[in-house]
Write a protein that binds this ligand. Structure first.
Ligand code: TRP
Length: 454
């Protein structure tokens, strides 16, 4: 058997849809519904959204294709896939550090992701108990503050979320995710539409739309540009090996380009719908668009508290958000779990428990960022801010661009042509994007953010 026909140790996806579902499950998560609105709000709206969209299609999609391709050719965890591909193409073994950087980034992200997902779990219960019925802005803001000021409560929900993540990972990721995501993403979509319909009835709808879609470049800082790019990587789950691992389980005949487009399209639609639902609520209630990580936990309860059947829709919404976060969190830890199994001969269950505990402990840093340690800052950033900044804005773009460089410059042309199986024009476009556009763009954005051009 030729080496590139080798299949993965963990089996293959049962169908193209299984892969699309799992990858979309990974992509759609807190990044779309929690992070996208709040960082759009912090970075002035329209211009940020435009740059984000450009980054999705000019860098995100081609890099996603490169990452899936590297995974499918490597057929292992990211560290060993990179090591193997470097060997196959006669390049330095140092490429395995790209895998390591990804494993580390995934671990960092999950540690805080789980804490925020914990907020969402807690909101299932608060919304479900009718607490927000008829609530005004002061009440929901106060509820959010009380929650984030209580480390013990945050730890409780963080623990629960880590536990459910590790249970799925311990079982092997193929079966469950596929079934859950199949109804989850469509259901989330429908609920977001309900929210948008509600937003249309509020007085701030036009202003919300204007905020999101009319770009005013004077409102975006050089760092805002970096954040828009970082968000594009974060939301698509690219640059750390999550998609590479999922690609490792992908059958040879599946079209990488087509699946990548479907995933990016679904992911982007969810984020844009979330923004369209949230900003009108911000403006109709005189809230602050740039209020930070609490944005959806204040705006959404306000909407649910004041719409018909709000308790029902609200509870369902937060349940779906937890599921969306769950199907993402799994992919953040799967590369590390796959590495432990493949290299240390550890069982899947043991690997999951060990890594889960480690992530849980690290997550405590994020818990305390919102209360006890909120004054402990480096460059004005809390522990949580540092993790988020380092992973989204530095590690993911760097990882993604190195994958693009590997796929575009180091892999043999015949190999990528064979893997992607595209028409000539499409292939050349992809190759141009990964060879030139993405490395140059990422470099410029990095330099710009550290002030080289100002
Ligand atoms: N994309 C997910 C979200 O938007 C988060 C996520 C899951 C992720 N896996 C990833 C981000 C891998 C970066 C890399 O919520």
């Amino acid at each position: 058997m030729a080496d590139n026909d080798r299949t993965s140790l963990h089996g293959l996806w049962t169908s193209r849809w299984a892969f699309i579902m799992a990858a979309t499950g990974s992509a759609v998560g807190l990044g779309n519904i929690w992070k996208f609105p709040y960082i759009t709000g912090e970075n002035g709206g329209g211009a940020f959204v435009l740059i984000y969209l450009l980054c999705i299609f000019l860098m995100g999609v081609p890099i996603m294709m490169a990452e899936v391709m590297l995974g499918r050719r490597g057929r292992r965890n990211p560290v060993d896939s990179m090591r193997h591909l470097a060997e196959e193409t006669g390049h330095s073994q140092l490429w395995r550090f790209l895998g390591w950087m990804g494993v580390t980034a995934g671990f960092f992200i999950l540690s805080y992701y789980s804490v925020i997902a914990g907020w969402a779990i807690s909101y299932v219960f608060t919304t479900g108990s009718g607490t927000f019925s008829g609530a005004d802005a002061a009440l929901v803001e106060q509820h959010f503050d009380t929650l984030t000021q209580s480390p013990l409560t945050l730890i409780l929900w963080h623990s629960l979320f880590m536990l459910i993540t590790m249970i799925v990972v311990a079982h092997g990721i193929e079966g469950g995710i596929e079934k859950a995501v199949r109804f989850l993403i469509p259901a989330l979509f429908v609920l977001l539409i309900v929210m948008v319909l509600y937003a249309m009835t509020t007085s701030g709808f036009a202003e919300g739309l204007r905020f999101m879609f009319s770009p005013d470049f004077s409102k975006i800082s050089t760092e805002g540009v970096l954040k828009a790019m970082g968000q594009a990587f974060f939301t698509l789950s690219i640059g750390m090996g999550a998609i590479m691992v999922y690609g490792a389980y992908l059958p040879k005949e599946t079209s990488i380009a087509q699946t990548s487009f479907i995933i990016a399209f679904a992911d982007t639609s969810v984020a844009v719908l979330a923004g369209v639902a949230i900003f009108p609520i911000v403006f109709s209630n005189g809230l602050e668009a740039g209020s930070g990580p609490g944005l959806i936990f204040v705006t959404l309860p306000l909407a649910f508290g004041n719409m018909a059947f709000g308790t029902f829709f609200g509870t369902l919404f937060f349940i779906l958000l937890v599921f969306a976060a769950w199907s993402s969190s799994i992919s953040l830890i799967e590369p590390a779990v796959a590495w432990l199994i493949e290299n240390k001969g550890v069982s899947r269950i043991k690997a999951s428990i060990a890594l889960g505990l480690l992530t849980w402990v690290f997550g405590l840093g994020t818990v305390f960022s919102f209360n006890e340690w909120s004054d402990v800052t480096v460059f004005d950033k809390t522990f949580f801010d540092v993790l988020d900044y380092l992973t989204s804005n530095i590690m993911l773009p760097l990882g993604g661009v190195l994958m693009a460089i590997f796929a575009g410059w180091l892999m043999k042309r015949e190999a990528s042509q064979d893997e992607l199986a595209l028409g000539r024009g499409a292939y050349l476009t992809w190759r141009f994007l990964v060879r030139f556009v993405t490395p140059v763009a990422v470099t410029l954005v990095f330099l710009n953010a550290i002030g080289v051009f100002s």
